[in-house]
Design a protein around this ligand. Sequence first.
Ligand code: ADP
Ligand code: ZN
Ligand code: ZN
Length: 806
Amino acid sequence: MIAGVIVDVPALGTDKIFDYRIPDGLVDVITVGMRVIVPFGPRKLTGFVVRLTDTSELKRLKPIEDIVDPSPVINKELIELGEWIAENTLCFLHSAYQSMLPAAMKMNYTKRLETTETTELSKFPDDIQALLHSTDGMLWSEVLELGKDRARIVQDAIRKGEIEVRYEIRSKGNKKKQKVVKPVEPVHTLEKVRDDLLKKAPKQATVLEYIINNKVDKILTKDLVEKSGSSRATIKSLIDKGLLSESEEEIYRDPYKDRQFERTYPLTLTEEQKKAISPILQDIKDGKHETFLLHGVTGSGKTEIYLQSIEEVISRGKAAIMLVPEISLTPQMVHRFKGRFGSEVAVLHSGLSVGEKYDEWRKIQRKEAKVVVGARSAIFAPFTDIGIIIIDEEHESSYKQEENPRYHARDIAIQRGIYHNCPVVLGSATPTLETYARAQKGVYTLCTLEERVNKRELPTSEIVDMREELRAGNRSLFSAALFDRLKDRIEKGEQSVLLLNRRGYSTFVNCRDCGYVAQCPHCDISLTFHKRSNTVKCHYCGFEEKQPTLCPQCQSEHIRFFGTGTQKVEEELNRLMPEASVIRMDVDTTSRKGMHEKLLNRFAEKKADILLGTQMIAKGLDFPNVTLVGVLAADAMLHLPDFRASERTFQLLTQVSGRAGRHHLSGEVVIQTYTPEHYSVQLAKQHDFITFYNQEMQVRKLHEYPPFYFLALVTVSHEELMQVVDVTEKISERLRGTLSSQAVILGPVASPIPRVKDRYRYQCVIKYKNEPNLKSTLNEIVSHYQKRMQQNQLQISIDMHPQTIL
Ligand code: ADP
Ligand code: ZN
Ligand code: ZN
């Protein structure tokens, strides 16, 4: 019996299957998809078992040492999917499998130092003896803390075989066990005992009373103490009497356990909704794979379609994956799913702790959940019988992972949809050009919702030319039109949302006398000013220092922060409209856990007139009392040299407009811009996706961008500039020599941020239509530089479908 294992060394030479002998004790225990511990050189490592065979090409095989998990953690489907990811995103197999598992299941490797039976302990200094005696043994890091001479003594002992190195492997997270209490006797007995105890031991009687009244069959001991107002001692007496029993049980950390979700029921669908859902339901019934694009304006009832499709899937005993962008995974959103499907819903998003995520994942693994609602990585939910996969807001860039493996959740969804013979639904009011083009060609099936539910009007939008405002002498951040409307809403007791599109804007520190701009010493990027801590920070490497009071270049005092951050807007609002209460939402105010939700709740409870924020407020929010949406600078990202700049601007303006007038009050939108004539601004005002699509497609065609061409991005980085330029040039030449004449190779050029964390970065962009040799060529290039990558800090990263080449 031989197991093929992918070991935890994500590197070129080791990214393949290694055969190990299964020792007698583990035959029939080890199955495909389990993690095992194997010897690897001098080390011990974990790895994924990906196949079982009877023979191996190698004669002498080392045995597997132990298993990590008692049961498989990835199923057969996901093993194949991992191969697909490795091949198509050019990542290592081990990274592909690791990315499917929650962070809690990553492994920690520690080296523990132990004496052998014959070692004389007394020959070591006292401090080392103490470490060797301690319950969890001696760690190398502890020896180092004792100083160099101690380290030398230990190294010497290792060489002589007096101290052995044991490699230990633990998983990062763990299952949580807690004490629970259960009643042992039936209710009528408990009642009798309670009556007896009433005088002698009134406290014990109260505990029994609580258990009887609340029909408790199991409760956390600490909860029983708290809820019955008793003490551990009282409960212990009842356990000693044999009335209750106590045991340790594994408890799921349910982040939503203290919340009540009001049950909701399917709505009667509108004619349009019925037409859109029927082919989806048909595929669910037929067990057929097909990819749908559900194109519908905000408020057209897409979510109700998702809910009813999922209901059909559950009624057939199958499972559903529902992806939502991280920032839309608001409590409101979770509520819609938990309200319909109750405890069958698992939720996965970055706001959960490592342990909470692990527990939600295991609920899925154990088939205790039928629906997962989650951000990108929930696409790997270990269901074995998927009936539908839905991606809401499919145009969101967060569905692409920007580190290895660089996968797009949409591609994974389609792979899994094919495997499970189930439909994949991509929903959006503003689909990506790639997706809409595929729907036009018939690769995807297009379902359209043209109207809002109950024919509610889309909000009317007004575009304000900020150049005119300036000419009229208005230097404030607010146009007269927006200012008047904000005032009007405050008087009427209605609410407003203000969006500051911060990308492309910065709050940098600038000297008015000499023009000096504070830059990160490690990256070629300006530092950002943070008022609360009065510091400047680098958003790329975390560098932070006190805000300078004198210009380091000319010693002038006229050094101050610039730009229009949310803080600045808030200050100006407070000055111009002191009567308005404002909630500000940005990275600064929401970084603490739970703040995002708290601020939104306060706004929902109408405790503020204005919600001011960055992109994070544009999505998914649904407040009935919001009747005005203002966009402070619509073109902030329009001029970024990014081929998706127009598309992203159109998407954002359309999304944010959708926040107004979603219920019986009608809504208004004011868009402030310096480029009112730009088509992405004009067409967002008219809610006209189709015209935008047609116009933008012409631009993409002209400049040879997706969806007419595919892109691949190779980024090279090194501490020395000469090396980077040299390697990138050689790579570009190699590509020019190998690919067809149809492919366009741009580069080498400096990356948009040419230095990050003291490393220089150069890139090469490949535009192509059909290059069967591309992946193998890129793999060869990486192999060619393998040695230098290991030895001297050279890094080459490849992104097969970059979201941006900015
Ligand atoms: P979208 O996801 O397209 O933005 P939603 O599904 O959130 O749209 O629907 C917008 C609003 O209309 C929600 O408040 C929803 O409850 C309501 N709604 C959706 N479908 C119906 C229906 N068939 N009948 C009545 N109300 C509906
Ligand atoms: Zn200066
Ligand atoms: Zn930096």
